[in-house]
Design a protein around this ligand. Structure first.
Ligand code: AMP
Length: 282
């Protein structure tokens, strides 16, 4: 496995693979990799001849008061995980390689990005769309793999690819969880032992909400309120949102039917803003 930091090196390698008729899978990440990322890489390895993993903490998708500076980084551990999972190439650029001084072009979106995380993170999805578009242009993959953990991001990337006629397939992969249910996240490392205990309430509320719908509840507000009560019943939790939306529009719904996304974001202990969700077709 190679680790490269320039766009040129990625292009040369991918060109050589394509000349040999090889397919290329791509897993974009911000690093500090865990079993969630590993599941994406392994799926990409199973479905493609060569796999590129990008590790780039993209400044453009962080707001001024967010955790860009403190975001955890460990390229050594990440490269071991990538190699063991079967990746062929890590692309690990510096911000200057991705954004030269004169940079002024963006990919932006309306509608899908106005709800959920877009409300409390107004610049986030413009940064995500711009960097993902750039990475697709650099890597030119046949398939790219994204986690359902970031369900709104997955929907946004799928929409961007369709709207802008990008020639690749986007594949969503299931959420990987800790033994107690907490969705794995690089940001879980921010949690003190006390907050970690409280954080499990996110997945508990997700499982309960899902069960309510499976048992026949169709009133979205009843499910949302039950989930909010559950989250508020433990210390150190500060709800950003608990929402049920149509997965194709990200608009809130009153009656649960069709393809729905139930998504939550909770600040835990003032240390980490964590997200979780479930998707269902009713
Ligand atoms: P990140 O490094 O947090 O930007 O995540 C990179 C990719 O890994 C995104 O597509 C995430 O949705 C995905 N991912 C992160 N955590 C998980 C998880 N627990 N299960 C599945 N995919 C995940």
């Amino acid at each position: 496995m190679k680790i490269v930091s320039t766009i040129n090196e990625v292009r040369q390698q991918v060109k050589a693979w394509k000349k040999e008729g090889k397919t290329v899978g791509f897993v974009p990440t911000m690093g500090y990799l865990h079993e969630g990322h590993e599941s994406l890489i392994k799926r990409a390895v199973a479905e493609n001849d060569q796999v590129v993993v990008s590790i780039f903490v993209n400044p453009m998708q962080f707001g001024p008061k967010e955790d860009l500076a403190s975001y955890p980084r460990d390229l050594n551990a990440d490269s071991i995980l990538c190699e063991n999972a079967g990746a062929s190439l890590i692309f690990h650029p510096e911000p200057e390689e991705m954004y030269e001084d004169a940079f002024c072009s963006y990919v932006d979106m309306n509608g899908l990005t106005d709800a959920l995380c877009g409300l409390s993170r107004p610049v986030h999805f413009r940064g995500v769309c711009t960097v993902v578009c750039k990475l697709f242009n650099i890597v030119a993959p046949d398939r790219a793999y994204f986690g359902e953990k970031d369900a709104q991001q997955l929907a946004v990337v799928k929409r961007m690819v369709k709207d802008l006629n990008m020639d690749l397939e986007i594949i969503g992969c299931p959420i990987i969880r800790e033994a107690d249910g907490l969705a794995k996240s690089s940001r879980n490392t921010y949690l003190s032992p006390e907050s970690r205990k409280s954080a499990v309430i996110l997945s508990k509320s997700i499982f309960m909400g899902k069960k309510m719908i499976e048992d026949g509840e169709r009133d979205a507000s009843k499910v949302i309120n039950a989930m909010k009560d559950m989250i508020n019943s433990v210390p150190l939790t500060d709800i950003d949102y608990v929402e049920i939306v149509d997965v194709n529009t990200m608009k809130s719904i009153d009656e649960i039917k069709g393809e729905i996304l139930c998504a939550i974001a909770v600040n835990v202990g003032g240390e980490a803003r964590l997200i979780d969700n479930f998707m269902m077709t009713v």
